[in-house]
Design a protein around this ligand. Structure first.
Ligand code: GDP
Length: 379
């Protein structure tokens, strides 16, 4: 049973307090986290949502950012799903709140776990993550270093089916395949289909499985001891809430004169933004307050892993192709990207030529010997 809607307005002292006003996502607070320069430029963040279809991914994303990210969505028929491969849909929206811009890219993975052969359905997802790293690596070593667009995946919400008894083999296999590449945040989907006790038990079971299988999810950072008590309490509650039990809804319902985002059932209304009903606000608070940390972990851990692996392998096939021969027309790069790579190639050749000339001059230069005599090379 859901808590009655009367309770909704009176959260007890122990409950999680939404740090934001209704109608705000909360990223206007991002300037407090980063340097002012980034404020002018705006923030770039990429969130990936993965999980079986029908678990409420799109609904949750739209609820999170108060926007419709999928206006022209096509839901495949069962017959299409059998052979369907996982598609990667990236939608970018620029949202502005109190003068702060956020360029948000949400990467959806329709078809995940849908086809009969679901064991390798996560390969396109891995390829996508790697491609974004590769592109960043290319940009970083190219000419246009100051204006790199960061499309790397900073966070992945992994949706767990609430009707199972914990993680399924596919969940374990996927998370293990990507945990060194991306920050995984597990979410328990459609939490309104479970009782409070069922949510508690399932959460515990999932966390036990995560530990037993050695899955590394995004570690919420510890807060410093000199932080204020409210912030420490917020961190503690966020940590305890993992995997976040969420409910999504796109409709606004009136409950006792208040307009709330929720799902109406014959027995009551589940309010998405009520911390007594689900962890939606906790999930959003986690995402907003840790956006910078998620980016830093992506840069310092996941991207560095990729770079090290790339170096050890002598560069990925994609990287080598563009570093060696001039890129072909069928490489999926835009005209501008191709021109940049070509310029970069020319610059490298010039640098090599200069280095050769320098070496030649050095070999001809007279050397001063310790006794003051000048020794010349015979050429
Ligand atoms: P996706 O395929 O994972 O993107 O799932 P959708 O967002 O399209 O949702 C699939 C269905 O589940 C729709 O009918 C939604 O209205 C419903 N749904 C979405 N979120 C929830 C939720 O939190 N609880 C419940 N009970 N249903 C939901």
């Amino acid at each position: 049973m859901f808590p009655g809607t009367e309770e909704a307005g009176n959260p007890n002292s122990n409950s999680f307090v939404n740090p934001e006003q209704a109608g705000y996502v909360g990223f206007a607070n991002l300037p407090n986290q980063v340097h002012r320069k980034s404020v002018k430029k705006g923030f770039e963040f990429t969130l990936m949502v993965v999980g079986e279809s029908g678990l409420g991914k799109s609904t949750l994303v739209n609820s999170l950012f108060l926007t419709d990210l999928y206006p022209e969505r096509h839901i495949p028929l069962a017959s299409e799903k059998i052979t369907q491969t996982v598609k990667i849909d990236a939608s970018t929206v620029e949202i502005e709140e109190r003068g702060v811009k956020l360029r948000l890219t949400v990467v959806d993975t329709p078809g995940f776990g849908d086809s009969l052969n679901s064991t390798d359905c996560f390969k396109p997802v891995i390829r996508y993550i790697d491609e974004q790293f590769e592109r960043y690596l290319q940009d970083e070593s190219g000419l246009n270093r100051r204006h790199i667009i960061d499309n790397r995946v900073h966070c992945c919400f992994y949706f767990i089916n609430p009707s199972g008894h914990g993680l399924k083999p596919l969940d374990v296999a996927f998370m293990k395949a990507v945990h060194h590449k991306v920050n995984i945040v597990p979410v328990l989907a459609k939490a309104d289909t479970l009782t409070k006790l069922e949510v508690q038990n399932l959460k515990r079971r999932i966390m036990d499985q995560i530990e037993d299988y050695g899955i590394k999810i995004y570690p919420l950072p510890d807060c410093d001891s000199d932080e204020d008590e409210d912030y420490k309490e917020q961190c503690r509650q966020l940590k305890n809430a993992v995997p976040f039990a969420v409910v999504g809804a796109n409709s606004i319902i009136e409950v006792k004169g208040r307009k709330v985002r929720g799902r109406m059932y014959p027995w009551g209304v589940v309010e998405v933004e009520n911390p007594e009903h689900c962890d939606f606000i906790k999930l959003r608070t986690m995402l907003i307050t840790h956006m910078q940390d998620l980016q830093e972990v992506t840069q310092e851990t996941h991207y560095e892993n990729y770079r090290a692996e790339n170096l050890a392998n002598g560069g990925s096939p994609a990287g080598k192709a563009s570093r060696g021969a001039p890129p072909s027309q069928s490489d999926g790069l835009s005209q501008r990207e191709r021109e940049l790579l070509q310029k970069e190639d020319e610059l490298r050749k010039m640098q090599e030529k200069l280095a050769r000339m320098q070496a030649e001059m050095d070999s001809k230069r007279p050397e001063v010997q310790p006794n003051g005599n000048i020794k010349t090379h015979n050429v």
